[in-house]
Design a protein around this ligand. Structure first.
Ligand code: ADP
Ligand code: AMP
Length: 212
């Protein structure tokens, strides 16, 4: 199965991805997580990505596309979270897949209202070791500041601070939202209302994926 998760920052893509991985046993590829890992390890890719991530901007297409294609070349099943994020990335992915006689099975779009997205992003805390996501109010860890899953330390992403959030939501509106129509035209788009509880959203997603 090959699927992509679309939707604005804070919609719940990473949260749902964790449940999808558990149920369907497919690799979760989050371009944001990969950039953050490179950033922590201070690789050339991480240094390049940081220039953009700190400002809430998208990393340039050529950098992102090359990174993803390199990863996907030996995989036949995956869930892409946060890629594609521009029409150029979506076209590059299509070209990459059709050259291999492959195609996407489904594009899941998770959405929620603007004010809820801001609340979710600002309260998000992430494990520095395993990237598991928590929320100060909606999904607090059992022990303050510590990951339930692996015991790693939780932190607030720099780009989750209020001053960067608006820019990220603007980037979504102008560059990523057109992908909804892009995948609608390909007849593989499935919309999911992400404003409900994690369990309710998962239920919808499982129903869609069970039919794939
Ligand atoms: P995305 O990957 O789309 O940016 P996340 O999955 O990281 O979003 O979720 C953003 C924040 O909202 C996290 O703090 C997460 O714990 C919380 N969250 C995600 N889904 C829900 C939900 N259905 N209800 C309440 N909080 C949620
Ligand atoms: P995320 O973890 O998905 O919220 O992504 C965090 C940041 O990483 C984004 O704000 C971008 O700066 C960068 N990023 C992640 N995925 C992409 C992508 N597909 N294209 C460009 N930039 C990306």
């Amino acid at each position: 199965m090959k699927l992509i998760l679309l939707g604005p920052p804070g919609a719940g893509k990473g949260t749902q991805a964790a449940d999808v991985v558990d149920r369907y046993n497919i690799p979760h590829i989050s371009t944001g997580d990969i950039f953050r890992k490179n950033l922590r390890e201070e690789t050339p890719l991480g240094k390049k990505a940081k220039e953009y991530m700190d400002k809430g901007e998208l990393v340039p297409d050529e950098v992102t596309i090359a990174m993803v294609e390199d990863l996907l070349k030996d995989m036949d099943s995956y869930m892409l979270d946060g890629f594609p994020r521009t029409v150029a990335q979506a076209e590059a992915l299509d070209k990459f897949l059709s050259a291999r006689n492959e195609k996407l099975d489904v594009a899941l779009c998770i959405n929620a209202d603007y004010s809820l997205l801001v609340k979710r992003i600002v309260g998000r805390r992430m494990c520095k070791d395993c990237s598991q996501t928590y929320h100060t109010e909606f999904h607090p860890p059992k022990k303050d500041g510590v990951c339930d899953k692996c015991g790693g330390q939780l932190y607030q992403r720099d780009d989750d601070k209020e001053e960067t959030v608006q820019k990220r939501l603007d980037e979504y509106e102008s560059k990523t939202k057109p992908l909804i129509e892009y995948y609608e035209k390909k007849n593989i788009l499935k919309n999911v209302d992400g404003s409900r509880s994690v369990e309710e959203v998962s239920k919808d997603i499982f129903k869609i994926l069970d039919e794939c």
